[in-house]
Ligand binder design. Structure first.
Ligand code: AMP
Ligand code: GLY
Length: 424
């Protein structure tokens, strides 16, 4: 079959790498893709949120299935667009429709959903411009630090955690009265700060049955020791050593099953990935957030650990028989180290030449922000290259990832050298 992947990051390169290993694949297309994805298929230079162009390419290239990488097309209704078009209706989309995508597209919706279905999460209240003064009073009843979340999508920047009451009040005012995040902060969720260690659990579902994918921990801050600004993710480790069978069982019983059942009860026909961001609070899982897609860079550690045919699993999602599909994982550790551009997540340069790919041994190189120009591979984003390695131990796997991170060169390369250190 012919498959189209929407997106352009390390996540999409990891999907392209995995799908190309399936005997069920004929042709792979990636829109817009990067310099790495073009080794596995044809890049199409259109935006993943330009649905009319997606339609033209799907019909032209006789696409049989669409895998949506990032959240924007899902929140904007790409799956609904396919279902409402007579020429696209029968082409399965892996990723939820607009109603299900609200789990990520609206923090207020996802909090209400968790409360309706008794899913453990932080206490919260939602405020608008009209209720700003109540919001300011509510902050006074909480202990620091304060967690403020813009309701809508804000390019990963919508969560702010001020340390003092004054800063929290100023931030809430900025978000609600001055529309700091535009329409995304027309509602703001204020919630209880959860103390613990974060991890992510990923689920693939056809709306009824589900497979629990390997767990992962990502490293969000730019600086070592989890300091500095938030990024898309600087590295990842899978499995998460403390997420043992007992912990995952609790996640399944208290979170995954009520989530799938809750979606069904609300007539939300959910087909795709659910990414559950969790806090482990002394062995008790609480949900920090849902995302309706795979994580990046978590995909670069999780997908290589899946031994089963991914197209077969996606067919199970599309046809509603995921329960009949075998699902096997590699017991080894996989770790990913993200190489980023100097300055990221603030201003950074683009179009610097990347070299050293031929020196990498025993790791998988996934491209993130890269492009090809006149025979050279150039940087084209803040996160540039993800290096993933396997190891029987986490240490062995990290050693390879760090060694190979040194083999890739471009101007002002930076990466965190402490990925996984907190898990040892
Ligand atoms: P999100 O955009 O929802 O992933 O939030 C960004 C980050 O903020 C999370 O990865 C957590 O590190 C942190 N965070 C969000 N909610 C809470 C909370 N209730 N307590 C503590 N940290 C949180
Ligand atoms: N790495 C976090 C995310 O993809 O949202």
């Amino acid at each position: 079959m012919n498959i189209l992947i929407l997106g352009s990051g390390g996540r999409e390169h990891a999907f392209a790498w995995k799908l190309s290993q399936s005997t069920k694949l004929d042709k792979l297309f990636i829109a817009p893709g990067n310099a790495g994805t073009s080794n596995f298929g044809t890049n199409i230079n259109i935006s993943a949120t330009d649905f009319e162009s997606v339609k033209i390419e799907v019909l032209k290239n006789k696409i049989n299935m669409v895998l949506v990488g990032p959240e924007d097309p899902l929140v904007n209704g790409i799956h609904d667009f396919f279902l409402s078009d007579s020429e696209l209706r029968n082409i399965p989309v892996i990723g939820p429709q607009k109603d299900g995508a609200q789990l990520e597209g609206s923090k207020d919706f996802s909090k209400k959903f968790m409360i309706r279905h008794n899913i453990p999460t932080a206490q919260y209240q939602t405020f608008t411009k009209q209720t700003l003064s109540e919001g300011l009073k509510f902050l006074e009843t909480l202990n620091p630090p304060y967690v403020l979340k813009a309701d809508g999508l804000a390019a990963g920047k919508g969560v702010v955690i001020p340390a003092t009451l004054n800063d929290a009040k100023a931030e809430l005012t900025e978000m609600l009265a001055n529309a700091k995040f535009g329409n995304a902060s027309s509602k703001v969720v204020i919630e209880e700060f959860l103390q613990g260690i974060e991890l992510s659990v990923f689920v693939l579902t056809d709306g009824n049955s589900y497979k629990i994918l390997p767990s992962a921990k990502d490293y969000k801050r730019i600086g070592e020791g989890d300091t500095g600004l938030n990024t898309g993710g600087m590295g990842a480790v899978s499995p998460v050593p403390f997420a043992d069978e007992t912990f995952i069982k609790k996640v399944e019983e208290r979170i995954i099953i009520p989530t799938i059942n809750g979606l069904k009860e609300e007539n939300i026909n959910y087909k795709g990935f659910i990414f559950i961001g969790l806090m482990n609070m002394d062995g008790e899982p609480k949900v920090i957030e849902y995302n309706v897609r795979m994580g990046d860079p978590e995909t670069e550690t999780v997908i290589p650990r899946i031994k089963s045919d991914l197209i077969d699993l996606f067919q199970g999602v599309a046809n509603g028989n995921l329960n009949e599909k075998t699902f096997e994982t590699d017991t080894r550790f996989a770790t990913t180290v993200m190489l980023v551009a100097g300055g990221y997540p603030e201003a950074f340069e683009k179009e610097n030449v990347i070299t050293g790919f031929d020196k990498v041994k025993d790791s998988i190189v996934f491209h993130a922000g890269t492009k090809e120009k006149d025979g050279s591979i150039l940087t084209n984003g803040g996160r540039v290259i993800a290096i993933t390695s396997f190891g029987v131990t986490m240490e062995e796997s990290l050693k390879k990832s760090f060694a190979n991170a040194e083999c890739i060169h471009y101007k002002d390369k930076y990466y965190r050298k402490d990925i996984g250190i907190d898990l040892k």
